[in-house]
Ligand binder design. Structure first.
Ligand code: FAD
Ligand code: FES
Length: 293
């Protein structure tokens, strides 16, 4: 396949996809902690010195959670934070893999391949970035918020969730962002309503230089449309079912204006303008009930 999707000039904070660069990294990791942070959501911290040193914001790891027929396929997880030989993964319990992940104890061992994929890019001249996190979409944005803050780039976060207790990843945003705007579907924190309303307002009032979004694809599509309307470049992190995670099986393709692209190699971060949203099956407009955070 061709060049990375996000081809705007700028600084690539993602690093090259490790296996494409000829450095596949299989690392044995040890669980340092595993804490529940919301209903059905946990943060697992892994001792993973080689990946922690190499990973860039927006990249992911492919984790072998356990042995047995349910776990032949590794599961992909964004690296939420990386520091001092450790990586943090923010995960939601959905099926057998994430359920077993939630039952890991300190000292348990697993292995992973990573860092994988093409992450966020910071275009030249960016002084102010708007990060949009819908629910678990906060996962790949934590490292990015930290990296932008380190570079002196002002960060505004629009953070949405169904209810207050699901506003996960908040600690990183509050530590790094100049401003965190919040919405919840039930009004239990911040404004009642959708995070896309906050995005519209922030684009208008704050004129960010770039938008980074991750969350349900219906949200990402609307954020992309708002950003395009405001003539602000937008990058989106898209999830696909992944089998191999290294570009071989084509289970993860995303339709783009440049053809089918593999989310595990050319993504998961894509230039929103190049995504063919109609091919995702997501309607351009959606009802509130269509949200799944
Ligand atoms: C690049 C990438 C990064 C991801 N980062 C995170 C993360 O940081 N935190 C997190 O909680 N989850 C993340 N996911 C999703 C995560 O990989 C799945 O939730 C997990 O594999 C489900 O495994 P399971 O065995 O628990 O459930 P399964 O039984 O495999 O699936 C349960 C449900 O989850 C859906 N699902 C399974 N795999 C995926 C997937 N790859 N993408 C979207 N939906 C899926 C299934 O369709 C099903 O509805 C990421 C996915 C991708 C592709
Ligand atoms: S998961 Fe196999 S090509 Fe992407």
């Amino acid at each position: 396949m061709g060049a990375p999707e996000v081809a705007r000039p700028g600084v690539d904070v993602s690093g090259a996809c490790s296996h494409e660069a000829g450095h596949p990294l299989l690392e044995n990791v040890i669980v340092l902690s595993n804490d529940r942070v919301a209903e059905g959501v946990g943060v697992i911290v892994l001792q993973s010195p080689r990946v922690a040193a190499a990973v860039r914001p927006g990249q992911f790891v492919h984790l072998r959670i356990a042995e047995g027929s349910d776990f032949i396929l590794r599961r992909p997880f964004s690296v939420h934070r990386a520091e001092e030989g450790r990586i943090h993964i923010l995960y939601q319990v959905l099926g057998p893999g994430t359920r077993v992940l939630s039952e890991k104890w300190q000292g348990d061992k697993m292995d992973l391949i990573g860092p994988l994929g093409h992450g966020w890019q910071v275009p030249n001249g960016v002084a102010h970035a708007l990060l949009v996190a819908g629910g678990l979409g906060a996962a790949p944005l934590g490292m990015l918020a930290e990296e932008l803050a380190r570079r002196g780039i002002a960060v505004t976060v629009a953070h949405g969730a169904p209810t207050a207790s699901r506003l996960v990843g908040r600690d990183v945003f509050e530590a790094t962002a100049r401003r965190v705007m919040t919405s919840t579907d039930d009004g239990s924190a911040g404004e009642r309503g959708l995070v896309t309303t906050l995005v519209e307002r922030a684009l208008d009032a704050e004129r960010p230089d770039v938008v980074y979004a991750c969350g349900p694809e219906a949200m990402a599509r609307i954020v992309a449309a708002h950003a395009a309307g405001a003539d602000v470049p937008c990058q989106v992190s898209l999830e696909r079912l992944m089998a191999c995670g290294v570009g071989a099986c084509l289970s993860c393709v995303v339709a783009t204006t440049e053809g089918q692209r593999r989310a595990c190699v050319e993504g998961p971060v894509f230039d929103a303008e190049r995504v063919i949203w109609d091919a995702t099956g997501i309607p351009p407009k959606h009802e509130e009930s269509a949200w799944h955070l």
